[in-house]
Design a protein. Structure first.
Length: 276
């Protein structure tokens, strides 16, 4: 692969038409297929648990793209929740506003423009592209009254590499984006440091290197490094029946889960093609 040190590594790829179109697919799926696929991700199972607790009245979705989380909320009984979406892509926000007129959508990269705090802050696949992930996580935590749901990438072995020139991903065959994999223990310790009392976390193991034109350090190509898609629910309160402050699961999720459920996945694809 070419030497990425000669290339610009930035978030500009998220402002393109390619990005808007890629995430717009979620808005165009049939309701049944969308709910089936989106529910396969563990962070969305955590979200459903929060809704079932009937204690969530407002949500901030940081990195909302075309607003598809609002669609999911409407499908699982959260249509009355005060939803706010924030994304750096003006083009994606324009789509979100057209699709979901009951949501509040803003363009930007900082939560400082939002004056209130929310019962839940949700951020899916955004941390992985932050060059200052610890600062970013703390910023998200400062905007929630009690609960935080995150989707990121972690590694069981090896320190976090913050140099985006050594850890990046080619997006849309043109833009290099940061691709930061956090050390698992460092991540958990940071959540505790900023005040979270209860943490529920799922790790779906998958080798990070060698996929999607990624340029990452050699250890991330090895299974023994223990890289995973990691879904997290963190709360400032510990109202759980368990005496421990952390619950860990290792459920297969997302694309790997859908591949395992091949025939069911094909069934929902057929429904989508039929517009059902």
């Amino acid at each position: 692969m070419d030497d990425v040190s000669t290339r610009e590594v930035s978030l500009e790829g998220f402002k393109t038409d390619d990005h808007k179109n890629a995430f717009g697919v979620w808005n165009k799926m049939s309701k049944k297929q969308f709910k089936y696929i989106f529910s396969s991700f563990e962070e969305n199972k955590f979200l459903l648990e929060c809704l079932n607790s009937k204690q969530i009245f407002s949500i901030l979705d940081y990195g909302c793209a075309t607003g598809y989380l609002k669609r999911y909320l409407d499908l699982i009984g959260g249509e009355k929740i005060n939803y706010t979406g924030l994304d750096l892509s003006k083009k994606s926000i324009e789509i979100a506003k057209k699709c979901y007129d009951t949501g509040n959508f803003f363009t930007g990269t900082s939560t400082s423009q939002l004056t209130e705090k929310y019962d839940l802050v949700y951020s899916r696949d955004v941390i992985v592209h932050q060059t200052e992930p610890w600062k970013f996580i703390s910023e998200l935590a400062s905007k929630t009254k009690k609960n935080l749901i995150l989707k990121l990438r972690t590694r069981d072995k090896g320190e976090t590499v913050l140099d985006s020139e050594k850890s990046c991903q080619l997006q849309y065959n043109e833009h290099w984006l940061p691709y930061i994999v956090l050390n698992y223990e460092e991540f958990i310790n940071h959540l505790r440091k900023i005040g979270f009392k209860f943490i529920k976390i799922n790790r779906s193991y998958k080798v990070a290197g060698g996929q999607n034109s990624r340029y990452v350090e050699k250890s991330l190509y090895l299974k023994k490094t223990g890289t995973s898609e990691t879904s997290v629910f963190a709360s400032y309160e510990n109202n759980q029946s368990t005496s421990t402050d952390i619950v860990e699961t290792f459920n297969l999720e997302g694309h790997d889960y859908l591949d395992k459920k091949k025939y069911l996945t094909i069934f929902y694809k057929i429904l989508n093609e039929l517009g059902i």
